[in-house]
Every structure is written in C-alpha cells, then in structure tokens.
Design a protein around this ligand. Structure first.
Ligand SMILES: [Zn+2]
Length: 209
C-alpha cells in the first residue's frame, strides 16, 4: 500500500500513542492543573522513521503555501526551543531549505545565539513539535522580526485547539496560519476538585512540564 502523502489526524495520534509521546491517564502539572492526557513529543522523535514521517507530512502542508514554496530554498527553518529542533532539521531536509536556527532560554528569556545578525536570516518558517498556547510561536516570531526578517509560515505537529490558529502580524501583513497534523481538544482542570480523574480515584502522576 502506498503511504498517504499527509497522514490523517487519527494515524498521527496512533504513531504518538505507540511511541509514548501521547499518554492517557491522570497527570498533574507543576502549575497544579490536572489533565487526563499528556504529550511528550521527543518520545516520538527518538525513532528516526517516525520523526521522518511526521516531519515530511508537516513539510507538505507548509509547501502548499505559496509564500513558502516561492521563497525556497532561501528559507530559514526556525525552532522556538529544544523540542522543535528535530522537527526543524527534518522539515528543512524535506523542503531543502538553506538555513536552520533555534532559540533557547537564557535567564528565562527566549533568544538566539550570539552573532546571529540582522540581515543574515532568510524569510522564516517557525516549526515546533507542539503548540499548547501559541506563546512559543508568538515569541519566536517577535525575535525573528527584530532581526529584520519576514515570517512566511508556522507549523506544529500537534496544535491544541485553544491555541491560536493564526498568529497576528503587527506589521499589518496577513495573519500567519499555524499548520498542524493534529488539532487536539485538550482538557484541563484548574483544581483537583474539578478533576474527573480525581473523582474516579485514578492515581495521579506528576509531570515536570
Ligand atoms: Zn486530578
């Protein structure tokens, strides 16, 4: 059987489940919030074949955008943080884009390494493993703008439905759509009292972030 060019959301979720990247149960975040599901995306990206299938699929969604396809290969693929780095490398390969960058946190602030200079960064596509709130994408878009570069696309393997579908552009350009393979309807409980899994007395697991 020929693999489908872009796997359906259900197939992607099955890959994430099989690799341990998607877990169901009862989880408690450091913030005190409770949730019945948890994503730990690097667990999917530890398997080269899975990583490749996911990134190739995301790259196909991105290539459908004229702004991106017409700019290639002079495009920078940019990861907001460590989790996005394997996505960025694999998407870069699939698109044959010329540059890769990633941001890191220093003193709580997202930034690029020193000596990444204004004018050097090609039109940018921001990619991440997961977009829970959209904040990482928004902060990275702002960083890229400070370098005088246009953001021409955004993508994440999984996007939580509560996070923005489009990132607004302060320059008055069209909003940038966030492309994803899965749009996940995430459940959150702010307190244990509100949590279904607590009521069902399912043992909770603490997660680090
Ligand atoms: Zn609970």
């Amino acid at each position: 059987m020929m693999p489908r060019l872009i796997p359906e959301s259900g197939e992607v979720m099955e890959m994430l489940r099989k690799t341990g990247a998607f877990r169901e149960g009862h989880f408690v975040y450091p913030s005190g919030q409770h949730t019945p599901h948890y994503f730990q995306m690097p667990l999917a990206f530890r398997y080269y074949d899975t990583a490749r299938v996911l990134a190739v699929a995301l790259s196909r969604l991105l290539r459908l955008e004229k702004d991106i396809s017409s700019a290639l290969p002079r495009v920078a693929i940019i990861a907001p943080s460590a989790g996005g780095i394997p996505v960025a490398f694999a998407v870069r390969e699939a698109l044959a884009a010329d540059q890769i960058y990633w941001a890191e946190r220093e003193d709580g602030k997202r930034m690029f390494r020193q000596y990444v200079n204004k004018g050097e960064v090609y039109p940018a596509v921001i990619v991440d493993d997961i977009s829970r709130t959209g904040k990482a994408l928004e902060e990275t878009i702002e960083l890229v703008r400070q370098l005088g570069t246009r953001v021409i696309g955004c993508g994440a393997i999984v996007r939580f439905k509560g996070s923005p579908e489009h990132i607004e552009s302060p320059d008055g350009d069209d909003p940038i759509p966030v492309r994803s393979l899965v749009e996940f309807d995430a459940k959150w409980y702010d307190t244990a009292a509100a949590c279904h899994e607590c009521k069902d007395e399912i043992a909770p697991e603490q997660v680090r972030f």
